[in-house]
Ligand binder design. Structure first.
Ligand code: ARG
Length: 465
């Protein structure tokens, strides 16, 4: 079967054939291409467009190919793409009648149909893997609703929280990553088949029927749009890029938290490396690599956006180049997802250390100011000034949070507002206690164990949807 035989009197150079062939990354759409041909042929038979007997032979050859697998195809780059290799297979099986298969069909609508079919499976798979990661996180959170932890802004000690509260931030980010894919799926789940080259066909094809046979939710309403749009690919890559960002951020925190200076967590040995020269080293290489690899999808997104920006309607061969970048973004992100899931679930948390940090370095100062507002009706700004001064004097006096008492606060409040605030020893100590801090934040989204439990409940509802 030689596609060029009509129009040309010779072949491309080997180099040009190799350069233009998509066979290598078309392997990914092999199964979808069989489905697509099967649905199209079935419809052609049903509508009486091709001889029934020829159609049946084509379907039989497609079944045989499906059983034999991709190894049965001749994947010579001179075939340009998998569609030609597949037609070549059917031709070898049944002879010239195979030629009926391409009635009212073009590789232009065929390829984007295949990509959409394959992509639907990819997205479903990733959604289920994200959900399983969220499940793991939720289980970890349940075990750690009372595990004190320090939260940062500007990577400086900010306020005490719990490990569960921080974990549930991951869960909520991942939930949005998941929901983004669920939304994108709607636009992937549309059938371009029947657009043919670009203006459909004069044959009375039944596009509703192929839509049904292929399991698409909708048929695409414009054939030029059908063959030329790849916004669904760009959008999908964005979703994976965003998911990569979430995963990269988790990895970044694992790198920081596991350093000697932080010592908040320890990576399992299975996710750590050592140094070829420094025998003492335990390095979080896997976390670093997932942080580094998380940028790959961004590059793919820029590549694809640039490709689809620079071309007119409708099909242009440039579009062929979009596909490998789509798969690469997906594969890389899936790798990171799997690895970060494994790494986080085997992380050990150093509870003594996180408790120590939660109470250290005046992380409870906000609560002390809040107590002044609540108990003594002080404007928050005045309270903020008093506590700010308490902290700066404590640093000058070289004392820690634990050394601050009622007298100390009173002395500073006299300096700031001319009279003692008189909170009393109990209120001062309670305000500066990290666990009390955490327990007081019971509002929606807060770090109090009951607030985190509510958030966990909401997440479980999402997971069971
Ligand atoms: N390999 C092509 C692609 O991936 C399939 C469509 C080719 N169409 C064409 N007119 N050469 O986009």
């Amino acid at each position: 079967m030689d596609l060029r035989a009509g129009r040309f009197d010779g072949q491309m150079t080997d180099d040009a054939a190799q350069f233009s062939s998509s066979i290598e990354f078309d392997k990914r759409i092999f199964k979808s291409d069989i489905k697509c041909n099967r649905a199209h042929t079935t419809m052609l038979i049903e509508e009486g467009i091709i001889p029934k007997e020829s159609g049946k032979k084509i379907l039989k050859a497609l079944d045989k190919l499906e059983k034999e697998g991709i190894g049965a195809l001749n994947l010579d780059p001179s075939f340009e793409d998998i569609h030609m290799a597949l037609e070549d297979y059917v031709t070898k099986e049944i002879g010239d009648e195979a030629g009926f298969m391409h009635t009212a069909k073009s590789r232009n609508d065929q390829v984007c149909t295949d990509i959409r079919l394959t992509l639907k499976e990819e997205i479903e798979n990733t959604i289920s893997n994200i959900k399983s990661f969220i499940k793991t996180i939720v289980e970890m959170a349940k075990e750690n609703t009372h595990t004190l932890f320090i939260a940062y802004t500007h990577l400086q000690h900010a306020q005490p929280t719990t490990f569960a509260h921080h974990l549930m931030a991951y869960a909520n980010e991942l939930r949005r990553d998941c929901e983004r894919l669920i939304d994108t799926y709607k636009r992937v789940d549309m059938n371009p088949l029947g657009s043919a080259a670009l203006t459909t066909t004069g044959f009375p094809i039944n596009r509703e029927r192929t839509t049904e046979l292929l399991g698409f939710s909708k048929v695409m309403d414009n054939s030029i749009d059908g063959v030329s749009s790849r916004d669904f690919a760009a959008e999908t890559i964005f979703d994976y890029a965003m998911l990569s960002t979430t995963l990269g951020k988790i990895s970044d925190e694992i790198v920081i938290w596991s350093s000697y200076e932080f010592r908040m967590v320890e990576c399992s040995n299975q996710y750590s490396s050592t140094s070829s020269i420094m025998p003492q080293k335990k390095n979080p290489d896997i976390a670093e690599l997932s942080r580094g690899k998380s940028t790959i999808a961004y590059g793919e997104l820029m590549t694809v956006l640039s490709m689809i920006k620079g071309i007119p309607h409708s099909y242009n061969r440039d579009l062929q180049e979009v596909t490998p970048h789509l798969w690469n973004a997906i594969d890389n992100t899936n790798d990171i997802l799997r690895i970060v899931h494994g790494m986080l679930s085997t992380l050990t948390i150093n509870k003594d250390r996180t408790e120590e940090l939660a109470g250290a370095n005046f992380a409870t100062a906000t609560e002390l100011a809040d107590v002044m507002v609540r108990e003594k009706n002080l404007p928050f700004r005045t309270a903020h000034r008093i506590v700010g001064r308490v902290v700066s004097e404590a640093i000058d006096d070289n004392i820690t949070t634990h050394d601050i008492d009622n007298d100390y606060v009173n002395r500073v409040s006299v300096e700031v507002m001319g009279k003692p605030i008189n909170l009393g020893e109990d209120l001062v100590k309670q305000a500066l206690n990290p666990l009390r801090n955490v327990k007081s934040r019971t509002v929606i989204g807060g770090c109090a164990p009951e607030a985190v439990n509510d958030a966990i409940e909401k997440m479980e509802i999402f997971l069971n949807e």
